[in-house]
Design a protein. Structure first.
Lengths: 868, 109
């Protein structure tokens, strides 16, 4: 017999049955189903039982619903007809409502897509919950730092720990790959065969079990295969990869399916680690940026494995770095959005706050549209007071009114949803461009999206529809027949809604302006060096051997300088937009601090137009400048409190592996993006280090010719490496893509918000003016001027919008102050931006109202007095 | 009163047969034994509700058992009116078939 404890049937199933059977007080149906469920579970297992009960629920729905509908059906059809007629009769209001709600919903839908994409990262791995990255965490004087686990650890993990089902090292490779005459630099991975067992990257062709088992095999992405082979069959082709200064032959053994854009691992090919790093288990050689991933056995907890590390592989680390150091695991699930450790091979993380902000903006826009709806439907209702009065007299109850209004608002909402879906679909390409995402709808997620949207519509429809219903049912029927009720504007609630609408709009406008300003500020900030007309050429893969790299560089430099379009040439190990290396130093009080350093070529300071404040630049003829001299920045001098830095030795201050004499002080410059503060830094010329980026200062005229010349010279010294170049100012601009993206997104949102708010105001002022047609006519006859009448109608609104400013200013001030706090270099919150945003809102609102007012005033008073 | 539907006839006869033991599960089981099509609870309870409203059956509340997550069994009994309707249905059926004995004979053989 099955000894397993029997379970209760699923709660949801019971709940649905419950709901449907509301007229049967004892809920015997729930009891019956659960009794039978338990019997089936006992006899045939839980799965069958579950299937049975859901089958019952699904089949019960129509037959039980039939009763509801047959009773409510007649009324239902009546509501459809009346609702439809009303929408048709009141074209302006219907349009404003449907358009506003549609736009609001479109904003929400796009935000929802964005959020879904963010939260779907890496979900396509079936074993995602068991995949962990292994990192080494060290306790340093500066705090805790994490680094990749040692390369040699990888293959041993699965053997020595039963909890580890599979392990793979993953290193990022940037190799020049050649097939016939096609050479490109491609980014891919070197991994162990378990890579395809742990991660779900299915192969379109070839077998993922064996694809990288044999040495010199390569698996290509579909895009890369297309690029190299076009229509040819790629499988089995031979390509040559440049590894460690020699061309090695690889055979194509597999073609990958497209890698989803929501994968944290992005690559164009995979090869075996042995082909790149060799079989060596040499403890001292540690290839850079090789991450280690493990898949735990089902049911194993990461904590218990980390506990086991303490006594085994951690021992040497603890000895060297102290008790708090050792190997730790971080989950790949949630890596994308969590503030946890990561690895260099994984794509950048993203801040979940962006998802929340975007969702919030979408909801704000929708909220404005909802407020429109509530305000307008009141006005709208006042034009059908007779209908409502008639219903009341004929005995309609409050419940029925509410139901009717709900229904009508749902009708408009459904129409708005159709429009919203259309708009969202239309704007997806634009949105992708703005948000830097490729949104592709996962079919499994569509159910959730539909559910959320349906819920949203229902919620909005009911919330919005209740308000006019509640107001109207309170009115005495006699008043309704007189038709003289002024429902909107005199109503405090309506005023509050208008205030909120405009404060949201002003809030978004202020945020937009500050975000745009901050982005501009970052782009145009003086970086302490000149980046105009500087070409950057990657030189990394020319040779792994520093000697050969250096000699290739100096030949290239000499040849380039012969061209008249080229002003100056230099190079460095780290570029100006990548992180420099760092070392610890101690200041005069014994405090530790980090300083950055870079190995450069001659003319570095001249090419980038930096200013030497004291001392001198490196000189070409001076042999002692190589390997023995260093130029420091201002901050370095300040931090160490050196009185007279020139001629002092670095070894006096801290432990740097080579001794250097300070020969110059350079003005502070931003070698990192403006997201980070300037650090103490020094540069030196080292013979044993490679140049990985070349900087070429060009003259402005005849740029295409100069670039062609550079390409020719480059190919002459490094034909095995593909030539590519960027402009330094473009690279610097790219550091602030995120700011650009978000300021643009918010710009769009605030335009929509203001547009919808104004369309609401448009409708509302139309209502008011129609109601006051006679009054305006009389005033005109009695000699009121146009401006007096415009004033009369708009005075109320002006106060409301001024009130909205009072709300929006402090809110946006607080938010912007909070956001800008993240930037060490930031703009001030200028008062005029707030004033201008308020002014814009006021101006647009006045124009909207004025449009109607002027029209009313211009019309013939005889006609307006004839009205009714 | 309107004639009973076939489903109603079946349910009434099953309730009659089960005497004091006619509640949701047992009724559904017996009905399913009689007809080939499986009857689901939604349809069953709609029909039972209909019979209740017509006054052909009554219901009494039984004890809640642990199997039923706290819901009591609801037992159904035929009312005199129910028995009368069932009898009327029987008579109608019998009349129908007695008018065409040849058809019945031919089909049977």
């Amino acid at each position: 017999m099955n000894t397993k404890k029997s379970s209760n049937p699923p709660k949801t199933a019971c709940w649905i049955l419950h709901l449907l059977k509301h007229y049967e007080k004892e809920f015997a149906i729930v009891g019956d189903c659960s009794e039978e469920y338990k019997r089936i579970e006992r006899e045939r297992g839980r799965l069958i039982a579950r299937m049975w009960i859901w089958g019952q629920v699904i089949r019960a729905v129509p037959s039980l619903l039939k009763r509801h509908v047959s009773i409510g059906g007649a009324m239902f059809r009546h509501y459809v007809t009346v609702g439809y007629r009303n929408i048709k009769r009141q074209k302006t209001y219907s349009f404003i409502n449907i358009f506003g709600l549609g736009t609001g919903l479109a904003c929400c839908i796009l935000a929802l897509f964005f959020i879904q994409d963010e939260f779907s990262y890496d979900r396509f791995h079936r074993n995602l919950d068991d995949i962990y990255g292994v990192k080494v965490v060290l306790t340093l004087p500066m705090g805790r730092a994490s680094t990749d686990a040692h390369y040699t650890l990888g293959p041993t993990l699965a053997d020595s720990f039963p909890e580890v089902a599979a392990a793979t090292r993953v290193g990022k490779q940037n190799l020049a790959i050649k097939y016939r005459n096609r050479v490109f630099e491609q980014e891919g991975l070197a991994a162990d065969p378990d890579f395809f067992r742990i991660f779900d990257f299915p192969l379109k062709e070839g077998s993922s079990d064996t694809a990288i088992d044999t040495p010199q095999s390569i698996v290509l992405s579909a895009a890369m295969a297309q690029k190299y082979f076009g229509k040819e069959e790629p499988l089995g082709r031979i390509m040559s990869l440049r590894i460690k200064d020699e061309d090695r032959i690889f055979q194509v053994t597999g073609i990958l399916e497209n890698i989803p854009s929501n994968s944290s691992l992005q690559f164009d090919y995979v090869i075996n680690t042995r082909d790149v790093y060799g079989d060596t288990l040499d403890e001292t050689a540690k290839p850079a940026h090789v991450a280690l991933f493990v898949q735990l056995e089902k049911g194993c907890r990461a904590e218990s494995l980390v506990g086991k590390f303490k006594d085994t592989i951690d021992s040497s680390l603890i000895e060297q770095w102290g008790e708090k150091s050792g190997h730790e695991l971080y989950a790949l699930a949630g890596y994308h959005l969590n503030d946890s450790m990561g690895a260099h091979v994984l794509e950048g993380k993203s801040n979940p706050n962006y998802s929340y902000i975007l969702g919030g903006i979408g909801l704000l826009v929708l909220l404005i549209a909802c407020f429109n709806f509530m305000n307008l439907s009141l006005g709208w209702a006042s034009s059908r007071l007779k209908e409502i009065g008639m219903r009341k007299v004929l005995g309609a109850r409050k419940k029925q009114f509410i139901r009717q209004f709900w229904f009508e608002s749902l009708l408009i909402n459904v129409l708005a949803l159709v429009l919203g879906l259309g708009l969202a679909g239309f704007f997806i390409p634009t949105f992708n461009r703005l948000s830097g995402k490729i949104i592709n709808l996962d079919p499994t997620e569509i159910g959730i999206t539909a559910g959320i949207l349906g819920g949203l519509i229902l919620l909005v429809g009911i919330a919005v529809g209740s308000y006019p219903a509640l107001v109207i049912t309170k009115l005495p029927s006699v008043e309704l027949f007189r038709g003289k009720l002024k429902l909107s504007m005199k109503n405090t609630f309506s005023r509050i809604l208008i205030v909120f609408q405009f404060s949201i709009s002003i809030f978004l406008i202020v945020s937009t302006v500050f975000l745009l300003k901050q982005h501009r500020f970052l782009l145009h900030q003086n970086l302490g060096y000149v980046y105009d007309q500087v070409l950057v050429i990657p030189f990394k893969n020319v040779s792994e051997d520093p000697e050969r790299n250096k000699s290739a560089f100096s030949i290239l430099k000499k040849n380039l300088l012969a061209h008249e379009g080229i002003q100056s040439v230099s190079g460095a190990q780290s570029g100006m937009t990548s992180y420099w290396m760092a070392t610890f130093s101690e200041d005069k009080e014994g405090e530790q601090f980090i300083s950055a350093y870079n190995h450069v070529g001659h003319d570095f300071i001249g090419t980038l137009g930096m200013n030497i404040l004291k001392g001198r630049d490196f000189q070409k003829g001076n042999r002692s400048d190589v390997d023995q001299s260093v130029i420091v920045n201002e901050l370095f001098v300040k931090k160490l409190g050196i009185e007279d830095p020139i001629g002092r030795k670095l070894s006096e201050f801290f432990d740097y592996p080579h001794d250097r004499t300070i020969i110059g002080v350079v003005q502070d410059f931003h070698f990192h993006s403006l997201h980070d503060e300037i650090m103490p830094a020094f540069i030196d010329i080292v013979s044993g280090e490679s140049i990985e980026s070349i900087f070429i200062k060009v003259r402005g005229d005849r740029l295409p010719l100069t670039i062609k010349a550079i390409r020719d010279e480059f190919n002459a010294v490094a034909s095995h490496v593909p030539f590519s170049y960027t402009f330094l100012d473009e690279e610097i601009g790219r550091q602030y893509e995120k700011e650009e993206r978000w300021s643009r997104l918010v710009t769009f949102a605030s335009i929509f918000a203001l547009l919808i708010a104004c369309s609401g105001l448009f409708g509302l002022s139309l209502l008011i003016i129609v109601r006051r047609t006679k009054e305006i006519g009389i005033r005109k006859v009695l000699g009121a001027s146009v401006s007096q009448i415009v004033q009369l109608v708009s005075r109320d609104f002006i106060w409301l919008i001024l009130g909205a400013n009072a709300l929006a200013w402090p809110a946006s001030y607080l938010l912007m102050a909070h956001i800008l706090q993240n930037y060490p270099y930031r703009i001030g919150l200028a008062w005029w931006v707030f004033a201008a945003a308020g002014g814009i809102a006021l101006l647009v609102a006045m124009m909207t109202i004025g449009f109607h007012a002027v029209k009313a005033v211009r019309s013939d008073p005889v006609q307006s007095l004839n009205y009714e | 009163m309107k004639e009973l539907t076939v489903l109603e006839q079946i349910i009434l006869s099953v309730i009659f047969n089960l005497k004091d033991g006619a509640y949701g599960v047992s009724v559904r089981q017996k009905v399913n034994e009689m007809i080939e099509k499986k009857l689901n609870y939604g349809t069953l309870y709609n029909a039972l509700e209909q019979l209740l409203r017509k006054g052909l059956v009554t219901k009494t509340q039984g004890e809640p058992t642990p199997d039923r997550i706290g819901r009591p069994r609801i037992y159904y009994h035929l009312t005199p009116a129910g028995e009368k309707m069932l009898w009327k249905a029987y008579e109608l059926q019998r009349t129908i078939w007695e008018t065409i004995p040849d058809f019945v004979e031919n089909r049977r053989s």
